[in-house]
Design a protein around this ligand. Structure first.
Ligand SMILES: [Zn+2]
Length: 252
């Protein structure tokens, strides 16, 4: 059994992190000492609904994977004419306060997922119910945003793809289909091989022969159950849809 440190003072990760530390960057230049290297090892609670992205003002609760000590992580971000300015503040929390915030974060993420799911279902079993294709496309964007936040959107992927293909039936919208499908690969299929398999099966239903060789290869890789990161190097995903000719999509 691994030796779990009793508190942050005896933890290899936490003992290198001050109780309160900040990092300030103006126009790409570091104005303070950088955050200790160990900060990158702290987990984000209720990820990916919460994250430690610093390209916007943001907050999350972080937790040491070794001793369980909690930290409040916050980023204030402002954009000025001479570039971005952002400050990250990290504060070690008393255990009781950390546990309270952990329960709060997990509940907030669960509530957001339920609301997202209920909203998506309320929009109709099929995105196709929209006569207005712009509205359908907007709903698809909302769906993908949900996946980014960590919600499983599998229940709606078939309908969303159908809607996108129907939308692309208008000649000047064909390019946007390729663009949207690429996003489905990037955001949804990349998540895991199960998602990839579902998406690629559905694509077979909407893409006319000849089926692009790169997609066939991708399907085979997915079916081996390999880890998503191996199956979907960013270059591979880009290549697949850049090389799909719009003309291979059926008229709808
Ligand atoms: Zn620790």
């Amino acid at each position: 059994m691994p030796n779990i440190p009793r508190n942050w003072r005896s933890c290899e990760i936490c003992k290198t992190i001050p109780g309160r530390v900040n990092e300030l960057i103006k126009g790409g230049d570091l104005q303070t000492l950088p955050l200790p290297e160990a900060v990158s090892q702290l987990l984000v609670v209720a990820t990916p609904f919460y994250n430690a992205d610093s390209d916007t003002s943001n907050w999350c609760l972080r937790k040491c994977p070794r001793c369980g000590t909690f930290y409040s992580w916050g980023c204030s971000y402002e954009w000025f004419f001479n570039g971005a300015e952002y400050e990250i503040q990290l504060t070690r929390l008393p255990r009781r306060e950390g546990r309270r915030l952990e329960r709060w974060c997990l509940a907030a993420a669960a509530a957001a997922e339920k609301k997202f799911h209920d909203d998506a279902m309320a929009r109709g079993a099929a995105f196709l119910s929209h006569d207005d294709r712009v509205a359908a496309k907007r709903d698809v964007s909302t769906l993908l945003q949900g996946q980014r936040q960590g919600f499983d959107i599998s229940f709606a992927v078939a309908a969303a793809l159908e809607a996108l293909v129907a939308y692309a039936g208008k000649p000047h919208h064909r390019d946007s289909l390729v663009f949207d499908l690429k996003w489905f690969l990037e955001i949804y299929a990349k998540k895991n091989p199960r998602n990839a398999g579902l998406l690629l099966d559905l694509l077979r239903g909407v893409v006319a022969a000849p089926f692009p060789a790169e997609v066939v290869e991708l399907t085979r890789t997915c079916s081996k159950g390999q880890h998503a990161q191996q199956a979907f190097a960013p270059d591979a995903t880009s290549k697949v849809f850049v090389e799909v000719d719009c003309a291979t999509f059926r008229e709808s």
